[in-house]
Ligand binder design. Structure first.
Ligand code: NAP
Length: 248
């Protein structure tokens, strides 16, 4: 019996790789996206080619009404959730703190922190044995930036990911006795479109000399770690933060 997984921001990058690998490992997968339905449908096609059921679901993770509608739709079309990957995330252009606006910080925390908390809340309402669920696993995408601080670039993003680290730790303890494991991944420099969205399309090439293994990582290398944390092979692993960062 295939379990049901929701991946936020599943239409590209690390999220898309996670959706496809999850289907290969036996999950049915809901692919969340904001605007690009074509990209999400393409991921659904890959899920179905791997033998899984796929569902593209539109929602901005920082919008409570849209998120609640998304969880209802996933439940009615695929069944109750057993896995959530809080992957949706954004950066902004490089700046110093004394150049940043409140509007920028609000977007950074709304999507990266509150979006993850909101999706985790809705997942727990379906998965927790206290709510009649079967248990499950949550993986939160943090970043190596939470350890490095990203000075002069985007320390608001780093601070938001630091919040994800604390959130992962607290939530893991809170729901451990209700059949739910909660872990985090801290990717390092991974080759996706996120860097171009922050105005630095060549960021991975520019900084790879700083990585001990001397290269950027791939979305699939992060997905492999996410899928392991979701799986029964990680049945005694909760409250862990796994660095997938080539030693950086
Ligand atoms: P990406 O290629 O830019 O993809 C981001 C995904 O998030 C897209 O599918 C995007 O959907 C979605 N998204 C953005 N805002 C959203 C919102 N408000 N609601 C729902 N979905 C939203 O990013 P990535 O590199 O794969 O990163 C994935 C995660 O890993 C993020 O949390 C990021 O912070 C973290 N991470 C990445 C790196 C790296 O080097 N790449 C390093 C450390 C941590 P649309 O296409 O609809 O915009």
């Amino acid at each position: 019996m295939r379990k049901v997984l929701l991946v936020t921001g599943g239409s590209r990058g690390i999220g898309a790789a996670t959706c496809v690998l999850a289907a290969q490992k036996g999950w049915n997968v809901a692919v969340n996206y904001t605007a690009n339905s074509k990209a999400a449908e393409e991921v659904v096609r890959h899920i179905e080619a791997a033998g899984g059921k796929g569902l593209a679901v539109q929602a901005d993770v920082s919008n409570e009404t849209e998120v609640m509608a998304m969880f209802d739709k996933v439940r009615s079309e695929l069944g109750p959730l057993q896995g959530l990957v809080n992957n949706a995330g954004v950066v902004d252009v490089s700046a110093r703190l004394d150049e940043m606006s409140m509007a920028r910080w609000r977007r950074m925390f709304d999507i990266n922190v509150l979006g993850s908390m909101l999706c985790a809340r809705e997942a727990i309402r379906q998965m927790s044995t206290q709510h009649g669920g079967q248990g499950g696993a949550i993986v939160n995408l943090s970043s190596a930036a939470s350890r490095l601080g990203a000075p002069g670039q985007y320390l608001d993003y780093a601070a938001a990911k630091g919040a994800i680290d604390s959130f992962t730790l607290g939530l893991a303890k809170e729901v451990a006795a209700e059949g739910i494991r909660v872990n985090g991944i801290r990717p390092g420099l991974i080759d996706t479109e996120i860097h171009a969205s922050g105005g630095l399309p060549t960021r991975v090439k520019d900084l790879e000399h700083l990585v001990p293994v001397k290269r950027g990582g791939t979305a699939m290398e992060v997905a492999q770690a996410i899928i392991w944390l979701l799986s029964d092979e990680a049945s005694y692993t909760t409250m862990s933060m796994l660095d997938v960062s080539g030693g950086r």
